[in-house]
Design a protein around this ligand. Structure first.
Ligand code: GLA
Length: 387
């Protein structure tokens, strides 16, 4: 449905027929938060909302971008090579960045293309709309120009673009999930060496409920980078004699034994989150394999507490959503998901209670904040693909 509409829209905007249409998902992260830049283990899954791209190659050197989400911005035009990040280029910095990073890696475009994009991930919701757009662009270029990079390479290049071109010091989790997702499977990704394993998400009588605080992340990028700097400082301190490769290589016992090396209490809490979250991810995977949803839910709750108290990346709104549902019947557990500071939380909920839980959390949220919450059941979906 949406595909046909977007192809028609492409024809109207560019006055020619589309060549191909692609879809890149968004993602949720089940557990393993803020540890993908410390070599930790994370458990994201792609979801069925994401970004669509309708494309046609051109004969000349022109690149034209149009977003059906920002129609008022009209068509953006660039000639190859695309040049550096420029604030006035708005959302196209994400797509330009991919072209630039790939060009640096030897994947140069011999000619331009026209691209229409449309995304249905609520912007700023922490469900990775940017990674979705980046991976979409890289995959379209791969297929359009017959480039030989793999899905994992796609994740690596797109993460590099976010780091070096857009300037957010993120880890690889989001881009990996968007490139590698599979229906009803999460990915246990070891961000130390990029080894991974698919973990079936078979929840039988339960579902993952996404709760959107609709509180957009404000200063998110600078706060994200700040947390990263703090936890890196903590790592330097504790690692001065131990020489591990990553903070997440520490066991909790090693952290406790060497506690005095991080004399700053705030930095210690940052390290404590990273080390404990890595342990929780492994335990959560085991719980899923044992079909032990009670244990899995407890780990979600513990993860949230750690993100709230030790890493301080939650927000009043996210805490309200999470803490409201944690106390309801039929809820195994809940936590914020993604970078935090706003955006979404997830909860594992028995299907029979889904409606009631949604209704209560929306009501409580509305009564206590200036926002309204949205809820959706997560459908675990495939990675980027032609549709
Ligand atoms: C953002 C980043 C990811 C990851 C999460 C927190 O989504 O893009 O790399 O660090 O935050 O887990």
């Amino acid at each position: 449905m949406i595909k046909n509409e977007l192809e028609k829209k492409f024809e109207t905007v560019f006055q020619k027929k589309a060549e191909a249409t692609y879809f890149a998902p968004g993602r949720i992260n089940l557990i393993g938060e803020h540890i993908d830049y410390h070599g930790g283990k994370v458990l994201p899954a792609a979801i069925s909302i994401g970004t669509y791209g309708v494309v046609k190659k051109r004969e000349d050197n022109l690149i034209q971008f149009y977003s059906a989400n920002f129609e008022g911005e009209g068509i953006y035009q660039f000639t190859l090579p695309v040049g550096e990040y420029d604030k006035k280029d708005s959302w196209t910095n994400y797509t330009k960045g991919i072209i630039k990073i790939l060009d640096d890696a030897g994947y140069s475009l011999s000619h331009g293309f026209d691209l229409l994009v449309y995304g249905n991930i609520p912007y700023g919701s922490g469900l990775s709309s940017s990674a979705s757009l980046e991976v979409l662009m890289a995959w379209i270029l791969k297929e359009l120009y017959n480039f030989d990079y793999s899905r994992v390479d796609t994740a690596i290049y797109t993460k590099q673009s976010e780091n070096d071109y857009v300037g957010v010091n993120c880890g690889i989790m989001d881009q990996f999930a968007v490139a590698m997702g599979k229906v009803n499977q999460a990915m246990l990704l070891d961000t130390n060496d990029l080894s991974y394993e698919y973990v079936p998400i078979e929840l039988t009588d339960s579902s993952i409920l996404i709760m959107n605080s609709n509180r957009k992340r404000g200063l998110e990028d600078s706060l994200y980078n700040q947390r990263r700097t703090e936890s890196e400082q903590a790592f330097e301190l504790i690692n001065s004699t131990l020489k591990k490769e990553y903070l997440s290589d520490f066991t909790l016992d090693e952290l406790y034994e060497n506690k005095e090396m991080i004399s700053d209490e705030l930095l210690y809490r940052r390290a404590h989150h990273v080390v404990s979250e890595n342990v929780r991810t492994m335990e959560a995977v085991q719980a899923l394999k044992n079909n032990d949803l009670i244990e899995f839910g407890n780990l979600l709750n513990q993860s949230h507490a750690s993100l709230k108290n030790d890493y301080e990346v939650s927000s009043l709104e996210l805490d309200l959503l999470v803490e409201t549902v944690q106390n309801l019947e039929g809820v195994y557990g809940a936590r914020m998901t993604g970078a935090g500071f706003g955006g979404c939380a997830i909860a594992l909920v028995e299907n029979s209670q889904l409606e009631k839980v949604s209704e209560i959390v929306k009501r409580v949220y509305k009564e206590n904040t200036e926002y309204e919450a949205d809820t959706y059941v997560a459908e675990i979906y495939n990675g980027v693909q032609k549709i």
